[in-house]
Write a protein of this length. Structure first.
Length: 577
C-alpha cells in the first residue's frame, strides 16, 4: 500500500506531536521505539478488553496485533491499550454479577479517558464479552472520532452425544442435577466439553446479539462479527479494520455520522429477527444517548413488535453463531430484512459506502434452515417483546423466541422474593408452585446495585422442567441465554418506588406478550395506599466504592441505565478541541 500523507493540523494528536513545545512529548515516543515518520502520522488507539478472565477475551490480544498491522499498512501509528471486562458467565449467580452492568460504563469511561489523555485521532475497538461490546461502541460515539468496531468472535460449540452444546446447557443441567435427573458424573462430562475454545458464548446471547448490532449499526465491517474466535480469518478482518479506520480519518467520517436514528432502527431490527438478547433493550438506548439521540426502550420495542423472527438461533432456536456465519451471516439476514422493506439503506457504514450499497454485493440467499426467508418467518413478530401496564409504567421486556402464542399469556398469583438469592434458594428447594408468578425485586440498576442477570434461577427452573409452568418478573435483567416466560427491566425499579416494590404474595399478575401488557389486579387507590406505606428502598451492602458511586448516578432502565447527561449536554466534541 502506498504511503499516504495526512494533515495533522486538525487532528487531536497534533497536541502531543507537533511543534517545538512538544519536544518532551515526542521524546516519550522515541523512548518506545517510534520513528520520526511514525510520530508524524495519525495516532490510532487500538483498544481491547483482553484479559484472562474468560474465553471471550483471551484471543483479543492476538487479534489486536493484526489490527495494528492494518493501521501501519495504511500509514497510521497504532497505540494499543486495554480496558477491563467483567465476564457474565463467571460473575453469574453470586455477588460478582453486580459488577457486570457497571463495567459497561467503566469500559466506556476508561476508553474515553485514555483517548482524551493521549490525543488519539481514531479508534479500533475489540471486544468479546457481553458488556464490553456496548461499552466500546458507547465510547466511540461519545468521542465521535473515526471508529471501527471488531468483535473477538464466538466460541465453537461443544459436542456431546452427537449434539451441539453450549454453556446454556451447563446452567440448565445444574437445574436437572438439583431435580435429581442428572448425575455428578454426567455434569462432570458436560462441563468439560461445553466450551471447547476461545470466544464468547455461542448462542444468540448478549455478546453475539451486540456483535450483530455492530454490523447492523454500521460500526463494524460487513460479516466481520461471524467467524468464530479460533478462525484465522478473524485476523484478516482485524487487519482490514485497521486499514478501514485510516480511510475514515482521510474522509473525516466519524462515529456519529454512522450511528443515527435510522442505523439504531436497523440494529433493533436485526436483534428482533434473530431472537436476540433482551439486553439490547438496555444497550441500544445507551448508545443512542452518547449521540444525543432520543431512542428509548419504547422505541426499541416498537420495532421489535413489527419485525418478523426468522433466524433460528439458541436459546429459543436450534443453532449457534458458527451456523449463522456458515449460512452467510448478518449480511444475508439484513438482505432478507431489506426484501420486506425493513432496512434503512441510506445509512453510511465504516466502509464509507451505504448499507444499501453493501447489501447489493451480497449474492447468498437465506438457506431456509438457519435463516428462513423473510416471507416465511418462524413467527410474524420479533423474538423480543415490550410490555407496559400498571405494574411497569416505564415498560418491561420479555423474550418470546421459541414460544407458541398460547404460551405468551400467563396469569397467576405473585410469589415475591426480595433478591435473587432468596428466589434461587426457593427454586432449589422447589418451594414454589406451578402457575405462580415469581417476582424478584430490588435487583434494578440502583437497587441491586448493578441490575444482575437471573440466569442461575431461570436455568434452574428450565432444568426442573418448570420453565413454561411458571412466569418470572424482575426489575433486574436476564442473560441472553435465558428462556421461558421471563420478564425483565420492569420500570420504575423497586428502589425508585415502582409498583414492583408494592407487590405482596398472592397478588394476581397478568402478562400478555401478544397485547404487550403487564398488570397486577389492584386498583389505583390500593397501589397509592401501598405506596404511602412503603418503607423506602431496601439498604444494600454497598455503601462505598464503585458500586455505591454507580447506584448514585445510574438512571432509568428505560433510557439505558446510563450515568451521565450524554451528548445533549455537551459543550464540545472531543476531536474538535
Amino acid at each position: 500500500m502506498l504511503k499516504r500523507k495526512f494533515d495533522k493540523s486538525k487532528l487531536p494528536s497534533r497536541h502531543v506531536t507537533e511543534g517545538p513545545s512538544r519536544a518532551p512529548h515526542r521524546s516519550y515516543y522515541y523512548a518506545m521505539g517510534l520513528s520520526e515518520d511514525e510520530i508524524a502520522q495519525p495516532f490510532v488507539g487500538v483498544a481491547t478488553c483482553w484479559n484472562e478472565a474468560a474465553p471471550c477475551n483471551i484471543a483479543l490480544n492476538r487479534q489486536a496485533q493484526a489490527v495494528k498491522l492494518g493501521v501501519k499498512a495504511a500509514s497510521g501509528t497504532p497505540r494499543e491499550f486495554t480496558t477491563i471486562t467483567v465476564t457474565d458467565g463467571i460473575a453469574m449467580g453470586h455477588e460478582g454479577m453486580r459488577s457486570s452492568l457497571a463495567s459497561r460504563e467503566a469500559i466506556a469511561d476508561t476508553v474515553e479517558l485514555t483517548m482524551r489523555g493521549h490525543c488519539y485521532d481514531a479508534i479500533v475497538g475489540l471486544a468479546g464479552c457481553d458488556k464490553s461490546l456496548p461499552g466500546m461502541m458507547m465510547a466511540m460515539v461519545r468521542l465521535n472520532v473515526p471508529s471501527v468496531f471488531i468483535y473477538g468472535g464466538s466460541i465453537l460449540p461443544g459436542r456431546l452425544e452427537g449434539h451441539d452444546v453450549t454453556v446454556q446447557d451447563v446452567f440448565e443441567a445444574v437445574g436437572q442435577h438439583q431435580a435429581g435427573n442428572y448425575s455428578d458424573e454426567q455434569l462432570a462430562v458436560l462441563e468439560r466439553v461445553a466450551c471447547p475454545s476461545a470466544g464468547a458464548c455461542g448462542g444468540q446471547f448478549t455478546a453475539n446479539t451486540m456483535a450483530c448490532v455492530s454490523e447492523a449499526i454500521g460500526l463494524a465491517l460487513p460479516n466481520s462479527s461471524g467467524a468464530p474466535a479460533p478462525y484465522e480469518s478473524r485476523d484478516q478482518y482485524a487487519e482490514a479494520s485497521g486499514e478501514a479506520v485510516m480511510d475514515l480519518i482521510e474522509k473525516n467520517i466519524r462515529a456519529r455520522d454512522i450511528v443515527t436514528r435510522k442505523s439504531l432502527e436497523n440494529a433493533a431490527r436485526v436483534v428482533a429477527c434473530t431472537g436476540g438478547s433482551t439486553n439490547a433493550g438496555l444497550h441500544l438506548p445507551a448508545i443512542a444517548h452518547e449521540a444525543g439521540i432520543d431512542f428509548d426502550l419504547d422505541d426499541v420495542c416498537e420495532i421489535f413488535r413489527d419485525t418478523p423472527y426468522f433466524v433460528d438461533l439458541k436459546p429459543g432456536g436450534q443453532y449457534v453463531a458458527k451456523d449463522l456465519y456458515e449460512a452467510g451471516g448478518v449480511p444475508v439476514v439484513m438482505k432478507e430484512l431489506r426484501k420486506a422493506g425493513l432496512m434503512h439503506e441510506d445509512c453510511i457504514t465504516v466502509t464509507g459506502a451505504t448499507m444499501g450499497e453493501e447489501l447489493d454485493k451480497i449474492t447468498r440467499e437465506a438457506d431456509g434452515r438457519v435463516i428462513y426467508p423473510v416471507e416465511k418467518p418462524i413467527t410474524k413478530t420479533g423474538g423480543v417483546v415490550g410490555l407496559k401496564g400498571n405494574l411497569a409504567p416505564e415498560g418491561a421486556i420479555v423474550k418470546v423466541a421459541g414460544m407458541s402464542e398460547a404460551e405468551q399469556v400467563f396469569t397467576g398469583p405473585a410469589r415475591v422474593f426480595e433478591c435473587e438469592e432468596d428466589a434461587f434458594a426457593a427454586v432449589k428447594a422447589r418451594a414454589y408452585k406451578e402457575g405462580e408468578v415469581i417476582v424478584i425485586r430490588n435487583e434494578g440498576p440502583a437497587g441491586g446495585p448493578g441490575m444482575r442477570e437471573m440466569l442461575a434461577t431461570t436455568a434452574a427452573l428450565s432444568g426442573q422442567g418448570m420453565g413454561k409452568k411458571v412466569a418470572l418478573i424482575t426489575d433486574g435483567r436476564f442473560s441472553g441465554a435465558t428462556r421461558g416466560f421471563c420478564v425483565g427491566h420492569v420500570g420504575p425499579e423497586s428502589a425508585h418506588g415502582g409498583p414492583i416494590a408494592l407487590l405482596k404474595d398472592g397478588d394476581l399478575i397478568t402478562i400478555d406478550a401478544i397485547k404487550g401488557e403487564i398488570s397486577v389486579d389492584l386498583s389505583d387507590d390500593e397501589l397509592a395506599k401501598r405506596k404511602e406505606a412503603w418503607p423506602g428502598a431496601r439498604p444494600t451492602n454497598y455503601a462505598s466504592g464503585a458500586l455505591w458511586k454507580y447506584a448514585q448516578l445510574v438512571g432509568s432502565t428505560r433510557l439505558g441505565a446510563v450515568t451521565h447527561p450524554g451528548a445533549k449536554a455537551e459543550t464540545h466534541v472531543y476531536p474538535d478541541l
